[in-house]
Design a protein around this ligand. Structure first.
Ligand SMILES: Nc1ncnc2c1ncn2[C@@H]1O[C@H](COP(=O)(O)OP(=O)(O)OP(=O)(O)O)[C@@H](O)[C@H]1O
Ligand SMILES: [Mg+2]
Length: 213
């Protein structure tokens, strides 16, 4: 009713003017969005890069945050291989996965207990495999199939969007790779642990016969 009343008091000229401003602004915004999308698209190009170099870059970025949460990184990066893909996006996917492990360790492992992330590279057939495993207790069986779904999160409203692993999967697949998760039981330094293990695999040297991305 009050909208109707105020509309009544508005003359046609003012309405027209406001409408025009709205139209102009939406047009401006939509051009900005498409310019931005084109910019991102053009900026993206596949290139050949060393997996171990990419991992080392991600570790130098994540180091301080992991140290702050008393997380010890155990790396085994003796095997290297080239991937043909979007390096900076894959680096983001690595950071996301490391950050998830850090969150799970922070939530489930008390300060006085040891918190580990194991990061390794290996070659299997034509693929280079990256494994990221923690000792945070693993993912409950009821939700493990949902982890890569968009907006799936077990974190609070302001703590997680649930887009991290969904983005990881898209990023890895755009570079012709695959990503999966499984719970692992393992022994380290004589102690039994359980944790989630993320496996990311890329065709070595970009050899991807069936990849048309
Ligand atoms: N290493 C891990 N151990 C146990 N659970 C994990 C691990 N990594 C991810 N998860 C589970 O997967 C869910 C989805 O992860 P995802 O990265 O997609 O979103 P998020 O971390 O909740 O939020 P954000 O979008 O901010 O990353 C998490 O909420 C968590 O429950
Ligand atoms: Mg996340």
């Amino acid at each position: 009713m009050s909208v109707y009343n105020s509309l009544k008091t508005l003359d046609e000229k003012t309405i027209d003017k406001s409408m025009n401003t709205i139209i102009q602004q939406t047009e401006y915004l939509s051009t900005t969005i498409s310019d931005f999308r084109n910019f991102i698209k053009n900026d993206r190009h596949k290139q050949k890069f060393s997996i171990v170099d990419m991992i080392n870059k991600s570790l130098s970025i994540a180091d301080a945050a992991l140290a702050k949460y008393y997380v010890q990184m155990i790396t085994d990066l003796d095997t290297d291989g080239y991937c043909n893909g979007f390096e900076s996006e894959i680096l983001q996917a690595m950071l996301n996965t490391l950050n998830n492990a850090k969150d799970a360790l922070d939530k489930n492992i008390k300060n006085e207990e040891e918190r580990f992330i194991f990061l390794s590279t290996d070659i299997k057939g034509d693929c280079i495999i990256i494994k990221i495993k923690d000792n945070a207790g693993g993912v409950p069986d009821e939700i493990i199939n949902k982890l890569f779904d968009p907006y799936f999160t077990t974190k609070g409203d302001n703590e997680g969007t649930g887009l991290g692993l969904y983005m990881c999967k898209n990023i890895v697949e755009d570079s012709c790779g695959t990503v999966s998760v499984a719970n692992r039981k393992f022994i380290y330094n004589g102690i039994n642990y359980v944790g989630a293990e993320f496996t990311i695999s890329f065709p070595i040297d970009g050899k991807a016969e069936f990849c048309n991305r």
